[in-house]
Design a protein around this ligand. Structure first.
Ligand code: PLP
Length: 453
């Protein structure tokens, strides 16, 4: 060990990396050689320090790769939960960086020089954009729902349609959440049909604390189906003197029809229809950072803000900065569609995708491949718009030397990692979810994956 550490190659390594880690890597490298010897094969260069230096340098480089890092999403799933959901707008990223590196007025009133509240920051924009009386931002929409139920309906019954006892993903199930939040679930109606009368009957034999309407988000029911409208539920909630809470999920703030998508209620629509509180996600179609946003009646929001649980679910300054900057873009809806990445990706034209895919295909000409630009559909993802397809074009790559799974693996394990889809014996790369500035990096990654080994 001492002999190795004294060589120039290892001195250079100790300048670049922590000495402790170099020592650990030498031990591992030596252990590997011992294991080789035990199998009977003695490497020729067993005495050569350069052999160990090379090995240790490789180990150190691997150690230096961050666990969490950027990837290129070529799956065509716009809100890919496993790939971090909504990418942020430039303005949001800049705002986040600006407050991250130094101090901020997170909980400080600059005018008065006194203590302020972090919960003040996005309120004016949220109320302006949605018509809500007040707003509260917490860690995510799951947290928002827990806080709403715990504050407004603890130790009482929450009425929910049997058709809305959904699992959102990642183990988030409405019935379990209600129990955890300290409420009792009162199931209403049947899976496919729940009418106003069912709510009335359930309320008559319950101790209602809240009517909860949950957006079905990630699945669709068709056929013999019926549900009570928000207006009907709002009237019933008023009679019962309990709040109507609408868990909306997606947070789409603009009309879905702008993107050729089916009608999707926006938070402003839900409030106008009579919901007392609406809960939405910050990083689904709103296109901001991970957050849960509660909107609605001022006195209910005040109660939720005052719940000690709120402290455990609170948001970070970076989140608030990014959310505020994202919301600001919505003041000019035309700008929002071009500057908020999730909306921009929904709006990308099929022609644009065909042209970009064609250019990428040209870059692959020198390789032993069959590449075609073929019709393809992307999906919105993130538990929104199930079954809805966004028509476009994608690159279909078949290598003469590598099976599609192997090519996909090489792309994933390259730098930057690229994630595509393997479909019908081909690797499919959908540029809808790739920022146009990254097309060149994607071409390089493909070339590197094909060159390797
Ligand atoms: C996505 C979703 C949630 C969970 O939101 P997160 O921000 O991921 O916690 C809750 N309810 C509905 C209806 C959803 O669609």
């Amino acid at each position: 060990m001492e002999r190795l550490l004294d060589t120039p190659a290892f001195k250079a390594l100790c300048d670049r990396f922590p000495r402790q880690r170099v020592v650990v890597s030498i031990r591992e490298a030596v252990a590997d050689v011992r294991a080789l010897i035990e199998t009977g094969s003695v490497p020729d260069d067993i005495e050569d320090p350069a052999r160990y230096a090379e090995d240790v340098a490789r180990r150190m480089d691997l150690e230096g790769v961050p666990s969490l890092r950027p990837v290129i999403n070529a799956t065509g799933v716009v809100l890919h939960t496993n790939l971090g959901r909504a990418p942020l707008a430039d303005a949001a990223r800049e705002a986040m960086v600006a407050v991250a590196a130094g101090y901020s007025n997170l909980e400080f009133n600059l005018e008065e020089g006194t203590r302020g509240s972090r919960y003040d920051h996005c309120v004016a924009l949220l109320t302006e954009l949605t018509g809500a009386e007040d707003a509260l931002v917490v860690n995510n929409n799951a947290a928002a729902l827990v806080l709403a139920v715990n504050t407004l309906s603890r130790n009482s019954d929450v009425l929910v349609s049997r058709g809305e006892l959904v699992e959102i993903g990642g183990g988030f199930r409405i019935p379990e959440i209600l129990v955890q939040a300290g409420a009792t679930l009162r199931e209403v109606g049947s899976t496919n049909r729940t009418r106003l009368k069912d709510y009335q009957e359930a309320a008559a034999v319950a101790t209602p604390g809240m009517i909860l309407k949950v957006h079905q988000s990630n699945f669709r029911m068709t056929g013999f189906v019926e549900e009570a409208t928000l207006e009907e539920l709002a009237a019933l909630a008023r009679d019962l003197q309990v709040p109507l809470v609408h868990d909306l999920g997606s947070g789409l703030m603009v009309e879905a029809s702008e993107f050729g998508l089916p009608v999707e209620p926006r938070p402003q629509d839900s409030l106008r229809a009579g919901a007392d509180i609406v809960a939405v996600s910050g990083d689904k179609l709103l296109g901001g950072p991970q957050a849960g946003i509660l909107l609605g009646d001022a006195s209910l929001v005040r109660d939720m803000r005052g719940n000690p649980l709120c402290r455990a679910l609170r948001v970070d300054k970076g989140t608030l900065a990014a959310l505020e900057a994202t919301l600001r873009l919505y003041r000019d809806p035309e700008k929002a569609v071009t500057r908020i990445p999730t909306l921009r990706m929904l709006a990308v034209s099929a022609d644009d995708l065909r042209v970009r895919s064609g250019k990428l295909a040209e870059a692959l000409e020198p390789f032993r491949l069959a590449v075609e630009v073929s019709e393809n559909s992307s999906v919105v993802g993130g538990g929104t718009f199930p079954g809805v397809e966004l028509p476009g074009w994608a690159l279909r790559i078949v290598s003469r030397d590598l099976v599609p799974k192997e090519l996909a693996r090489r792309l994933r394990t390259g730098e930057p990692p690229v994630v595509g889809r393997v479909e019908d014996e081909a690797l499919v790369l959908d540029l809808r979810t790739v920022h146009p500035d990254h097309d060149a990096a994607l071409a390089d990654a493909l070339r590197a994956a094909l060159d390797r080994g």
